[in-house]
Ligand binder design. Sequence first.
Ligand code: ADP
Length: 304
Amino acid sequence: ALLVVGDVVTDVVARHRTPLAPATDTEARITTLPGGAGANVACWAARSGARDVRILARVGEESADWHERALRAAGVLPHLVLDPDVPTGTVVSLVGADGERTFLTDSGAVLRLSAADWSDDLLAGAGHLHVSGYLFFAAASRALARLAMEAARARSVPVSVDPASAGFIARFGVDRFLTAVAGADVLLPNCDEAALLTGLPEPRDAVAKLSRDVPLVVSTLGPRGAVVARSGTVVGRVPAETVTAVDTTGAGDAFTGAYLAACLAGHDPVTAARLGCRAGAEAVTVIGGRPPQESQKSPGITPV
Ligand code: ADP
């Protein structure tokens, strides 16, 4: 089993024709999709063959049923805590006719996940705990993340952390972030996050350096694939697959979900990164951050 503690978010993608200005665009095309890095990772892990994938997250009452159904349809068992006061976290993406994107985010219920929402039962039979880095950015959810990580360590369950966003880390503070993730076994940053966390622009150097803080670091490099480092040394590099990108939202989450499913199936980190790149390539060919529903029954990752 895989437990993800993280974020369930409502993604509102609005494609507009007229440039953003105080005016009404009656031709806008607005789509509402289930998202959130943690939830996307859980769905991609299930899609990649991981069994008994669970997620702990907090949502608002207005969309709880919809999120619950979407997660179940993707093969994930949701443990959604209903927040009585605020709505589900929401990200509005404004996409212009030229493809330019503006993101408006409201963390809503996401960061209100707290230690009171934890139960050790969530880890029953778990072979891995994955923590979405967003949880480190507020005191309540950071306490929950720490509690989950300690409970996992006490049971010798490996822990991975996805650093979430370079922008958030910059505001939160690099040293504070690295202190918060100490104790994780695997860190899964993208190359921007790895550069920010180390001050090293070259991904190989950044990943090698980071792997002195966290034993295993697997970093994605967008269309350049991924790089794996262990205890200060780069141990593998995996190229991306060649595809035509339609929407890069969730590529990193797809990578992480497939990577974790592969590790749970017994694959080594470099092979798991290769399977991660395959999922990342698939993710960029579909709109939104979740796996495509119609291919839910694909064979997934074969255990070793
Ligand atoms: P994030 O979404 O976290 O920034 P990346 O952009 O690094 O993550 O993408 C994650 C993975 O998805 C990459 O390692 C790569 O394998 C795959 N990927 C991303 N963009 C492309 C692309 N344009 N073509 C092929 N694969 C891609």
